[in-house]
Design a protein around this ligand. Structure first.
Ligand code: 5RP
Length: 221
């Protein structure tokens, strides 16, 4: 199986997982990315069995609508039963790096609003230690230079993502070289920098379960 097939495989397994837990009044949170796209496409088979979905990006919202799902604004949704999303990296404590697709801010909001976060990944994403994947940091435009300088003081090398704006209209910095020995502390420290909207470390709100597809099958931890 190649990587794309592993993504499709774990998404299908997540559909089975979701089906077993769905109630007619359930609202699901739905992430963003190529792995979740497989999940969204397969969600068509569960149409009519739950109340609706909150999407973490405009792209996912459009795809969900095409799949026949009722897309609900988070402010109208109340508690979300389950959030399903991918990740760029996941460690053994289910802490994540996310934001490769630039949807990190909404993803963090929707994940935090959800009772249960199921992260679906292929085996290439599981890491003993986070930090090989550049960390996405969403910033207000006025603060780009200042935030870059503070991130450099923390040991990072920030690069402005070219030709990109988030769904909120903000630029994103991709930062390599940061010290990930304490992801929770790093997440908080970056959040304190004036002008930072959100960063892609999910340690304060880690996944509750990681479902991983490898060539030998599916495992959950
Ligand atoms: C988007 C994300 C994605 O979950 C992450 O980039 C993984 O994407 P993919 O499933 O395409 O590998 O955080 O902001």
């Amino acid at each position: 199986m190649n990587r794309e097939q592993l993504k499709a495989r774990v998404a299908q397994e997540a559909i089975d997982y979701t089906r077993e837990r769905l109630t007619p009044d359930a609202v699901l949170g739905i992430g963003t990315g190529s792995t979740v796209n497989h999940f969204i496409d397969a969600l068509r088979c569960l149409r009519g069995q739950f109340a609706g979905c909150v999407a973490s990006s405009e792209m996912s919202a459009e795809r969900l609508a095409r799949s026949g799902c009722n897309v609900i604004d988070l402010n109208e949704a109340g508690a979300l039963q389950l959030y399903v999303d991918g990740a760029d990296e996941a460690d053994f404590s289910r802490r994540l790096i996310k934001g490769g697709g630039g949807a990190l801010t909404r993803e963090k909001i929707v994940a935090t609003a959800s009772d249960h976060f199921l992260c679906i990944i292929d085996e290439s994403k599981r890491k003993v230690r986070l930090g090989a994947f550049p960390l996405a940091v969403e910033v207000l435009r006025i603060a780009v230079t200042q935030v870059c300088s503070t991130l450099a003081d923390l040991g990072g090398q920030p690069h402005l993502r070219a030709n990109f704006r988030s769904d909120e209209g903000n630029p994103i910095l991709d930062v390599s070289g940061l010290d990930f020995s304490d992801p929770l502390a790093l997440e908080s420290e970056i959040n304190q920098i004036p002008g930072v909207v959100a960063n892609g470390i999910f340690a304060r709100r880690p996944a509750d379960q990681v479902m991983l597809a490898s060539k030998s099958g599916i495992s959950v931890y």
